[in-house]
Design a binder for this molecule. Sequence first.
Ligand code: ADP
Length: 398
Amino acid sequence: MKILVLNCGSSSVKYQLINVENQTLVAKGIVSKIGMPGALLTMEVPGKEPVKISGEILDHIVAISNILNILTHEEYGVLKDKSEIVGIGHRVVHGGEYFSDSVLINNEVLKRIRDCIEYAPLHNPHNLKGINACMQILPGVPMVAVFDTAFHQNMPDYAYIYGIPYVLYKRYSIRRYGFHGTSHYYVSRRVRDIQKKDITELNTITCHLGNGCSIAAIKKGKSIDTSMGFTPLEGLLMGTRSGDLDPAVVLQVMAREELTPSEATTMLNKHSGLVGISGTSSDMRDIEEMIDKGDSQAELAFNVFCYRLKKYIGAYAAAMGGLDTIVFTGGIGENSPRTREKSLEGLEFQGIELDIKKNKEAIGMEKEISSENSRVKIFVIPTNEELVIAIDTANLVK
Ligand code: ADP
């Protein structure tokens, strides 16, 4: 049973073709620079040479048509015919308060996704473009929407209500939603499987640290709090996003620098975080390299990043009334032993103790990294959001 998983952005479409029966990747790739010079389509098939094709790709319809062409290509292809695709799973960023689970896409669902554009103007419109393109290219193939916000929809009201006039929540649905839900869900289930536990026995903190970073408190399998909020800006320090901030800072900077709301949004989303503090890079690899060369700004950015993560770990252990497991995932979580070590430093009093050697070895692989004596088990688990999307899609199209 082959499912096509699509993640459509403004100028890119990431895809994976997954065989759900044996949970294996058949092929994956990306179309980048859609509508720009230098557009490129790539495909990787496990055990084969990667394929790269450049050429004009005007819009999402052409992009997805090209993906189907390469998947069914005589020489490089992995499908005899596109009819082998039994369902399409779309990553959709914002489902608002409408969706606490994945859903089969119909007109009502499309309307709701459209309604959520005002909460995620940079993401939902492009997710919709991908859905509309598939309707034209693969009519009749059922499609499923899997929302980044869905897993966090069970948060209690006292975790999602902001301390501003309640009428603003009633009027505009301004509240905390949380994102990266599919990733937090996947690693929390995977760590349960590895430990052979029942999900209701575990209080888990999952740290998704990529370009965007968020942390979630998962009590007995349910997300009861997470660090991203109304938008992905809240919470941890990120590559280019500020994370938590006194709201008065924004007003003050807007006044002093004479910024429009859109300029302030750009400052907070694109020019803050690691790149804002270091002044040079949003990429943790560069930050680590610069620290090794004695760059004090890079070191400050790294310290702010790790300190905030540590504070959230302590807070979420308290929110859950105890902690059994911590998981690190995402590009930084999976590949940066230095970040993991620094963020957990000094938490031994909470029963959190790293095995320094195992931590250094754990790069891009599934591995337990806690010391023998650590009461809290600590793991690195590479995330696999696409697999969750494929499984949800298969279940709903059956
Ligand atoms: P996205 O959120 O866009 O999916 P990723 O999950 O791929 O991004 O994470 C990107 C981040 O992971 C970047 O900050 C990158 O520097 C970091 N990263 C990747 N590999 C390493 C590494 N070996 N050491 C430190 N950081 C790494």
